[in-house]
Every structure is written in C-alpha cells, then in structure tokens.
Design a protein around this ligand. Sequence first.
Ligand code: SF4
Ligand code: SF4
Length: 448
Amino acid sequence: MTLIEDHGAGARSGTGARGAKGLRAPLGDPAADLRDEIALAGGMPELPDKIWFHKTAAAVIDAERCVGCGGCIAACPSRSIGVAEDGKPTLVKMCTGCSACWDYCPLAGLKTEALHAHASGAGKATVPATDANGSAAPEGTAVSIEVLGHIDSAWSVAGRATAAGVQDGGAVTALLCQLLSTGFLDGAIVTRRVDAFHGEPFLATSPDEVRAAAGSVYHQSHPLKVLNEPLGRGVERIAFVGTPCQISVLRALQRFPWKYRPSSAGVVVLAIGLFCTRSFEPGKLEAAVGAAGVATSEVARVDVRDGELVVRSASTELLRRPVKELHATSLKGCDECADFTGLGADLAVGNLASEPGRSTVLVRTEAGRDAWVAATGALDVRPLEDLSPVVRTAARDRKRAVRSLARPFDPEGPLWTSYTEHLDLYAESERSVQAPATFRSHHFEVTC
Ligand code: SF4
Ligand code: SF4
C-alpha cells in the first residue's frame, strides 16, 4: 500500500545517435545526449521515436494507467508538465518533444524490472550487516531472494519517541528526525495529509516538519515533482520517501541525469521505499467509504494493515473492509507493478512480518546502512528472521503484474520500450491507447 509514513521507428532528427564506434555525433538537442546514455545502458543502438507529451498522455494518463508518481513532472527539463484539476499530469506550457516524460515513466518507456535487474545485488558479494548501534547483525540475516531483491539485514523497528499520527511504530519518522537533527540530512521529501484521502508532497527540513507529516496517505500525489522545483540554499543531502514505483523513477533520474539542467535527484542520498501492493484513486475511495455510510467529515484517518482498509474517526473505528473488495477504487496501473518492496531503495519499510506497533525495515545498500547506523539511539530494533509473509506478498504481487502487463515482463531485456512497440502490444488490451483529454495537451500541441 502507499504508505507515506512516518510512512518508434526511424532515427530522430537532430539527435546525436551513436555511430558504429559508440562515439556521439555533435548534439543539437540535449535530449539526444540523455537518450543515447539510456540506449547504451540498455544494449540498444539508439532510442527511436520522438515522443511528445500527448503520446505519454494517450498511452498512460488517459488510458487510466497513471500511478501518480510525478516522474514525468520531475523528468521534464523544460518544466512543461504540472498537475491538472483531475489530479493527473498535464501540460502547463509548450512541449519540446524531448521524450523525457515517456523515457522515465514506469508505465511507459521505463522497464523497471530491467532497471533493477541491471542494478541488483545479484552476483555481488553480500556485505556484513550491522544494526542501528553498529553491531553485527545475527549471522544468516543477510539474504538475497530474487523476488525481494538484495537485503543486507532485516529488522523489526519502532521509533523510541512517538509522534502524533505515526503508523506502525513511527520508524520512518523517528529515523528521519534523527538524521535531520544530527545533520546527516538537510531535508526529506515526504507527503503530508491534506485530508483523510489526499496528500501533498513537500521538502521537510526540520524534525518538526517531518513529525507533522507522520502517518500514511494512500494517495499518489506526484511526490517526485518536488525534484523539479528549487530546493533552497544549502540543501545538498536529502532523503526521498515513496512507493516502489517512485523509487524506480528516482533511480532512473539519478542514473541518467540531464546534463544542462539536472533535476534534484542527485542530492537524494537516501531512498526509503514503502511496501506497496496498490494505491487508491482518492475520489473513488472517498465515494466507496461514503457509500458504506461513513461521512467524509467524520474520517480522521485511513490505514491498511493485514489486507484490510480501516477507516477511523478521531475516537473510534468507522469501517473495516478487505482491500480486495475495494479493487475498483484502486489505481489500474498498480496492477502492472511487480515491485512490492522497493527493489531500488536503500531502506525498504512496511508493516508485514512485524507485530502491530512495529515496522519491518530491510537494509539494502551501503547508503541504507550508513543511515541505519547514523540513526543509532532513535530506534528500538529487533532482528527479523522470518520474512516469509513479505516473500509471499511480493510473489503474489509479481504474478499479478505479469498477468496484467500487455508487454512481456523481461528483467533481462532492454531498459526501455518504444511508443510504437507499446501501441502494438497494448492495442488489443483493455489498457489500449486513448485519445488524450483536450485540456491535457491539445492547447499546446506542436505541429513540427
Ligand atoms: S505514471 Fe508517473 S511518470 Fe507516468 S504519467 Fe503518471 S505521473 Fe507521469
Ligand atoms: S502498486 Fe506499484 S505502481 Fe502502484 S503505487 Fe504501489 S509501487 Fe506504485
């Protein structure tokens, strides 16, 4: 769940396609440089197609596959994409046809399973695990399970100091507060509630701001867009807290940065991924809760635990429903997502496998380990040896994705898929390309 916790064909004209020796031709278009990097990393001679925003809109947004990650907004070097009143990405100024919105969208050009397979720990040595106090983790804790990705160590965690509204022990809130107060971080991109059903992302630069954002928001509010906004002076090391799809796009932005005006992805030194099987369409969820007799004005918070959605007022439980009964209120694009635990994250956090009041934390990378050690004292930690509930859910999640994707699930294949290929593969599916809403891009349509 979205736990914002404390939780083509033919060469492109004007591009710098690589020659037979891999050298770049002179560049007339900054996008060409970037797309060559992606093509080279993906074992492709070049990326064909010049993909305008209206094509991304047609294949993803108006095909109702958008998962609200904000990746296209973060990736757009001309800052041409914003959020429309319907909560979905839309053009706010002229599209230059640079193709970035397609290349970085996890439901379009970016094949996240290939991104993680290329960058995974498979074949790499497992490093010694340490706990929050820097002590060696129990022998045998380090695991590498295909469906879970590489894990150095696994812990059941609660924050030592609680904040109002935290979820499952407030591990992420406690960890971020500690890292901010010790200067390990200058800020953290987190999501705060606007109301029980909606959230908004922002850069928190103090423990108080992190505490004020404590708790889960089951709404994808384009948090990556913050990476395409000025972060402020002195903000050089930040954390990003988000769902696995968002972490994937973050990694792609970091791996293939724009050279002439990079996003702020490069200052993210810690990526915290939140276990997620699906996120909700807030309007639909609110309507479903209303149809069950619960007035929106009564709802103080919405949580998901053990496969159930629980709606509460300030003082009592109002509604409890199995999440599977709420499928119609969830984002359709989530069905195509094969990443439950945040394969690209430094730390992955969720509540599965830990008792109520505690969070499961998977330490995956050296950056994750550094943050973990730096959070000494802020967390009550216990080694976690039984990850079987996480493995089961991750395996189920992957099966659903493989069934739902109209393209092949191909971790060993290229990093990228073309618009033309997408058109062909999705043509017969219920997720086929749809004409974009007029307001979304036609007012800025380009005819060259
Ligand atoms: S899924 Fe993410 S990158 Fe793709 S269109 Fe939606 S917000 Fe943009
Ligand atoms: S299920 Fe996947 S695509 Fe949907 S919000 Fe979660 S991580 Fe993103």
